[in-house]
Ligand binder design. Structure first.
Ligand SMILES: [Zn+2]
Length: 273
């Protein structure tokens, strides 16, 4: 999302919104202020908070954009009038390109919010960014009893990590996805904190280098273990394993992370009963 925000800022930052076309009718999550308030305003800044792209339009007015699993953003140098499948919204800028938000998925929906001054909308529920001291304190001193993989994905605990980076951070720190903070000593906690920050920094670097569309859906190739079940661990050569957990799949290396132990798959064991 950080790389996407940067590219969007480069493409349309400083431009004036000429018009907008709502193309997906459930995608706009706010009623007031109406999106009309944006017309004629300059897009002053594009940033990121958690998994939200945050666009600032002056006078405290902000637009949030959340792409969910399969959303993408196309910058149309010559604005189009087409309405591709999965279109969410198109913003047209005076004398500049248009921005089309669309999605390929059917399950997780891309969405946008128009927020008036002082309204944090869904941002109010977000935990600290991984770079924040508050997050460091949580990892180094906290006693959260949930499994690490669970709270790493919990946007109320820490913003913007997600499944893929959770898998990779645990692998990098050589910790089991099923471990809890209370089980870790000071060295392991520091390793975990460093690993979370490092995988995000590496991910951002790769995203900045990537050319092509502004999609967030092509992250798969950037991960060390996430989505790479059955391929050898790049550190030790052991085959990576997967375990089904809380309705999704966690990838890990048994040799590096669980002392060779295979994690129990609750869904599978239920089926076998
Ligand atoms: Zn390994």
């Amino acid at each position: 999302m950080q790389a996407l925000a940067e590219r969007l800022g480069d493409a349309v930052g400083g431009h004036v919104l000429e018009s907008y076309e709502p193309l997906g009718f459930t995608a706009l999550k706010t009623v007031t202020p109406a999106p009309d308030v944006l017309v004629g305003r300059t897009l002053e800044h594009v940033g990121r908070r958690g998994k939200y792209v945050v666009m600032e339009w002056g006078d405290g007015i902000r637009v949030l954009l959340h792409l969910s699993q399969a959303g993408r953003v196309d910058v149309e140098e010559t604005p189009k009038k087409t309405r591709p499948k999965g279109s969410v919204v198109r913003w047209r800028f005076t004398g500049g390109p248009a921005v089309l938000v669309r999605e390929h998925g059917t399950e997780r929906k891309a969405a946008w919010w128009v927020l008036g001054a002082g309204d944090d909308g869904p941002l109010v529920k977000l935990g600290p960014e991984p770079e924040a001291d508050e997050f460091a304190h949580f990892v180094l001193k906290g006693d959260d009893t949930r499994r690490i993989h669970t709270w790493l994905r919990d946007q109320h605990t820490v913003a913007g990590v997600g499944r893929g980076y959770s898998d990779d951070a645990l692998w990098r720190a050589r910790l089991s996805p099923y471990a809890t903070l209370a089980q870790l000593d000071a060295g392991e906690r520091q390793r975990l904190l460093d690993a979370v920050r490092a995988v995000l920094a590496d991910g951002l670097k790769k995203e900045r280098e990537r050319t092509g569309g502004l999609s967030e859906g092509k992250l798969g190739t950037n991960f060390e273990v996430h989505g790479r079940f059955g391929t050898p661990c790049s550190r030790c050569g052991e085959d990576l394993q997967r375990v089904s957990y809380e309705s999704h799949e966690v990838a890990y290396c048994p040799k590096c992370q669980t002392n060779g132990k295979l994690l129990a798959d609750r869904r599978m064991s239920r089926l076998l009963k």
